[in-house]
Write a protein that binds this ligand. Structure first.
Ligand code: SF4
Length: 204
């Protein structure tokens, strides 16, 4: 599968500590997409599934993660790889799975006849729909209020963080060895512009 980025441990893309994987390529072109690099399917690196499985095992052993979040880009553009990854996770680990997609679930159901058995049965929470900046409402894991939450296994269905009245988002900020900055999470409207403005002020 082609991966843009992974984060061995994060606490802002779902409950508890999690491994996050961003898959490359997206054809949605949402305005002010939170991961514009991820839209380019050639931006990532290819990993055989066996290497991804090894990464997951390592994250479990070293960081005791409780779940995995898969985002992008658009994970469903790599349908067969996504299917292989999710079925392996459910057969070989106790991790819960959260998956983001820019497609509507109804469109995915039309496009992939066997998607329920192939993929959806292995997902605990699916967040569907494009990102619409004008509807960025501060909800926990939803970038915008047009997106829907599906609790396929029932896990987290009563977790108050997923209630739309719960307006508490967090995000993480990391500076990699080469000085590259990396944000994880769902920022509020206008965050990046404000952040760059602040940096310019500090830099004088
Ligand atoms: S669906 Fe997600 S990754 Fe794709 S363009 Fe929209 S916000 Fe960006």
């Amino acid at each position: 599968m082609v991966i843009i980025q992974h984060q061995k441990i994060t606490e802002v893309l779902g409950p508890g500590t999690r491994l996050a994987i961003w898959l490359a390529g997206c054809d949605k072109g949402c305005k002010n997409c939170i991961n514009q690099e991820g839209q380019n399917e050639k931006a990532g690196s290819y990993y055989p599934l066996s290497e991804v499985f090894a990464l997951i095992r390592k994250s479990i052993a070293k960081h005791e993660i409780g779940g995995i979040t898969i985002s992008g880009g658009e994970p469903f553009l790599q349908y067969d790889e996504l299917k292989g990854l999710l079925s392996w996770i459910k057969s070989n680990t106790k991790l819960d799975t959260i998956v983001f997609t820019g497609y509507k679930l109804s469109d995915l159901l039309k496009k992939h006849g066997n998607i329920k058995n192939d993929v959806l049965n292995y997902i605990d929470v699916l967040i569907d729909g494009e990102y619409k900046e004008e509807l960025n409402c501060g909800d926990y894991l939803r970038g915008s209020s047009n997106q829907n939450l599906y609790f396929f296994t029932g896990k987290y269905i009563h977790d108050e963080r997923f209630n739309s009245l719960h307006k508490e988002r967090e995000f993480e900020f990391e500076i990699k060895d080469g000085g590259e900055t990396f944000f994880i999470g769902i920022p509020p409207i206008g965050f990046y512009d404000k952040f760059i403005e602040q940096l310019s002020t500090i830099a004088g």
